[in-house]
Design a protein around this ligand. Sequence first.
Ligand SMILES: Nc1nc2c(c(=O)[nH]1)N[C@H]1C(S)=C(S)[C@@H](COP(=O)(O)O)O[C@H]1N2
Ligand SMILES: [Mo]
Length: 317
Amino acid sequence: MLIKSRKSWHLGEGEVTPESLYLRRRDFMKLGGAAAMAAYLPAMAKAALEPLRDAIAAAPTTRNLHEDLNSFEDITSYNNYYELGTSKSDPSRNADALNTDLWSISVEGECDNPGTYAVEDLVQADLLEERIYRMRCVEAWSMVIPWTGVPLSSMLEKLKPNSNAKYVAFETIYNPDNPLPGQRFPVLDWPYREGLRMDEAMHPLTLMAVGLYGKPMPNQNGAPIRLVVPWKYGFKGIKSIVKIRFTSEQPQTSWNLSAPHEYGFYSNVNPNVNHPRWSQATERRIGEFFRRDTLMFNGYGDEVAHLYEGMDLRENY
Ligand SMILES: Nc1nc2c(c(=O)[nH]1)N[C@H]1C(S)=C(S)[C@@H](COP(=O)(O)O)O[C@H]1N2
Ligand SMILES: [Mo]
């Protein structure tokens, strides 16, 4: 059963899009945006998202933050995507190395509808919406990004996880015979892996994104389809997903495998628990001069704190 009804959280803060945001978006399209867009055009996902292009452009804004958006240029030129290189400018520079033709997503494990799916089989066009989310990288910088996507729950309900499914695991594209440029180096144990507990995956804030700024997802941001979990550090937002597996055990995650005492499974944004090598108390919003205080659960605590009731968030970092 697909969730079609509008949930109560749609009625929260910013049900009505502030006009300034629409103006900003329209200005963006008319002015600087057009140039920025043209400059990045080759990096736009083509094939896999072609069937959804119009629906992405038409998706309504259903939730807003009253914070300034980062520019299209910032969002598409300052990235973490280690498969395309480890510096922030590598992913945009190497974006063409990712080919999204013939994209398919393999669904496996504890569910009734395993199989091989195209993006448009899993992403229901009429459920697409724009969500403006605060994003916080574990490296203590942040951005505000207008994603377009569907709630992950709408996808999972199609796949019908069974009662053994306690977690959902995800994997990024990796072909050892034809690796992406960054995958020639063992900076991580490829493929990139991430996972969520089932209740986190089903939470209405958890998005499967296929676009940003009303455009199909640029390659450097994780085309054709990537996870967005706004109350967790950015590395949970696995890009260019080719596999979804339902499991009964907590799945392995790339950053936890690489440095277990630095990166846990939960990775909730928490200003009170520092990274062993730096503070998480404040952050630099890309484009701003002064640092901001980092908010518990990245500011989404009212909606998600209940998921972790009774858990020690120092132990479960
Ligand atoms: N496959 C893959 N997904 C990834 C990463 C990566 O290196 N590889 N980096 C993560 C990190 S650390 C962050 S902060 C976000 C950055 O997303 P953005 O570049 O769209 O802002 O992507 C996450 N998803
Ligand atoms: Mo990150």
